[in-house]
Design a binder for this molecule. Structure first.
Ligand code: ADE
Length: 240
């Protein structure tokens, strides 16, 4: 059974790049820009729900900073990290989407001390679960829009994955559907703060060294798709 929608009053969006932020900003109504913790946060509403969006920049540290600042400054009930990712899943191709079931840091490794690869010391977990209800709702939204997707593990690390060897390692070690550079950092901050989170990524490459010829043009295209998905998700929140 769905939880009542009153649980979600503000949705936060954390986007690594401008084109990804634009996908959210073009949906925001009654926007106000608030400078907080050295970042510009764009506050407004989408489909009648409060929303706040920020560009974090590339990599886990920037993503964690943005998540922490957003939580402290804007109290979101759900944080969604959107962007592009490298494809690791069979049956998906460039332009398809991955919705997180959980996140993992593929470059976290204290295995010389006897830990499993990917273990976050202190928390003692390898995988951090996304909000199951938000993830299921996002899947329903993608179904309704006819967009091909997989719900699975999103693997993050501070490197652009571009070799078959690294790709195979992340797939085999973590069963990941895609790799990117921010989602698991957002997930860890949310986990530590008790805030729900979800990662939504459009596939831009196969993480094997072959990127689309025109990456900026690809980002603009993805941004248009992201806008459609986010608008439909925000409309559907009352069913969450
Ligand atoms: N974002 C988009 N493609 C990526 C890749 N191959 N590795 C890491 N982050 C990415």
């Amino acid at each position: 059974m769905c939880k009542p929608c009153k649980d979600i009053s503000t949705v936060g969006f954390i986007c690594p790049m401008d084109c990804e932020l634009d996908a959210v900003r073009r949906l925001l109504e009654k926007t106000e820009t608030v400078r907080y913790a050295g970042m510009d946060f764009y506050k407004g509403s989408i489909a009648g729900h409060s929303a706040v969006a920020v560009k974090c920049g590339v990599g886990k540290v920037f993503a964690a900073m943005a998540a922490e600042a957003m939580i402290l400054g804007f109290s979101p009930d759900l944080i969604i990290n959107t962007g592009v990712a490298g494809n690791l899943a069979d049956g998906l191709s460039i332009g398809d989407v991955v919705v997180s079931s959980s996140v993992v840091q593929h470059d976290m490794d204290t295995s010389p001390l006897g830990d499993p690869v990917g273990l976050i010391s202190g928390i003692n977990k390898v995988y951090l679960e996304s909000d199951a209800d938000a993830s299921a709702l996002m899947c329903r939204v993608l179904d309704s829009l006819g967009i091909r997707y997989v719900q699975g593990v999103v693997a993050s690390g501070d490197q652009f994955v571009a070799t078959q060897e690294k790709r195979d390692f992340i797939r085999q070690a973590f069963g990941a559907a895609c790799c990117e550079m921010e989602g698991a950092a957002v997930g860890q901050v949310c986990y530590a703060s008790g805030v729900r989170f979800l990662i939504l990524r459009a596939l831009s490459d196969d993480a094997n060294g072959h990127s689309p010829d025109d990456f900026p043009a690809y980002c603009v295209k993805v941004s248009e798709t992201s806008s459609k998905v986010i608008a439909a998700f925000m409309k559907a929140i009352p069913t969450l």
